[in-house]
Design a protein around this ligand. Structure first.
Ligand code: XMP
Length: 322
């Protein structure tokens, strides 16, 4: 299925919102729909479009896959509660970690470890149990483009890979913002009245911290990258970059702890300037700030003995490491 892009300069925000609300109503008819909210700007926009269209006939779920940042599920549920949107948190941690066990290949990790569990195990059950026939999700134009080009499988691309979701999972998928890139989605978010903490949120990948762990994704390795992420995000929150992150490497390196060899972890720091994630350049961060982040990572996380900063551009680098 070919998707056309609505360019920023062609976007009429109010008309777009009205069209999408009408399209959701038409697709769902008198029935119920289920909505996948992750708290990023994309799925937040879809949540508000869906609620505008369907009110109580839309059930919004946040899937806690065990791969999110510290306290993220509750934080997002609380933000939406303030907008009178009820979000139910589903604990699916066991299913995701079981599927990720022993998987090192990045494409298999995205497909078998994330996509299949999300659509086949978790959402197929949720959709069936509430009698819905439709799932709403926030796929955007860049997700489609990268997957179709064979750069990497974005977790939410289905029809463009030839997957008939009704046959494969038992429900239809509606993607109201599939024609938009990030800057346009942020405009729609603002127009819908989403708070700034949502519409200006740095992007976060659907596979969550699994996209930032090179090699096997285990609970221990996710705990380490979660702690590193909290440090990096706290230190870079005032910098005007498109996105920033910590990556856990697979290889260990020799360091020193208590005067002895410590064969420890390497964390890679990434910070990107970009408009729409299609191309990106490393942000010119002050060296003192880089040193401060390295000091915090190596003192607060004793297993970490090395910190690097990625200075390659996208392409050939990618924003995420997996
Ligand atoms: P890459 O790593 O491909 O990332 O340069 C481009 C942008 O997309 C985000 N990203 C994803 N978003 N599902 C998503 O919804 C995914 O599977 C996914 N993978 C990467 C990434 O964070 C960046 O903003």
């Amino acid at each position: 299925m070919k998707v056309r892009e609505i360019r920023m300069q062609d976007l009429k925000v109010d008309a777009f919102i009205d069209e999408q609300v009408a399209a959701i109503r038409q697709a769902v008819g008198d029935g119920l729909a289920v909505n996948a909210l992750s708290g990023g700007v994309d799925s937040s926009v879809v949540t508000l479009l869906g609620h505008r269209a369907l009110a109580d006939r839309l059930k919004t779920y946040f899937i806690d896959n065990g791969l999110m940042r510290e306290d993220e599920p509750q934080l997002i549920a609380d933000i939406f509660a303030r907008m009178e949107v009820k979000v139910e948190i589903i604990n699916a941690r066991k299913q995701f970690f079981a599927a990720l066990k022993g998987v090192e290949d990045p494409e298999i990790k995205r497909d078998k470890g994330i996509t299949q569990v999300f659509y086949k195990d978790v959402f197929a059950k949720l959709v069936k149990s509430c009698g819905a026939k439709v799932l709403l999700q926030g796929t955007n134009y860049t997700d489609v483009e990268e997957t179709v080009a064979g750069i990497k499988r974005q977790h939410n691309i289905l029809a463009q890979l030839g997957i008939d979701t009704e046959k494969a999972y038992g429900y239809k998928v509606i993607e109201p913002i599939i024609e938009l890139r990030k800057p346009a989605i942020r405009c729609v978010a603002k127009a819908l009245g989403l708070p700034e903490e949502i519409y200006s949120r740095p992007p976060f990948p659907g596979p969550a911290l699994a996209a930032r762990v090179i090699g096997e994704v285990t609970e221990e390795r996710v705990a380490l990258i979660r702690a590193a992420t909290a440090i990096v995000e706290a230190e870079l929150q005032d910098c005007v970059a498109f996105q920033y992150m910590a990556i856990l490497h697979e290889d260990k390196v020799t360091g020193i702890r208590d005067g002895k060899r410590r064969f420890g972890h390497q964390i890679e720091l990434r910070c990107w300037d970009s408009d729409d994630a299609v191309t990106a350049a490393p942000t010119s961060l002050p060296f003192e700030l880089l040193r401060k982040i390295a000091d915090r990572l190596t003192t607060e996380l004793p297993g970490v003995v090395s910190v690097t900063y990625n200075i390659a551009a996208k392409p050939p680098s990618c924003i995420e490491a997996v």
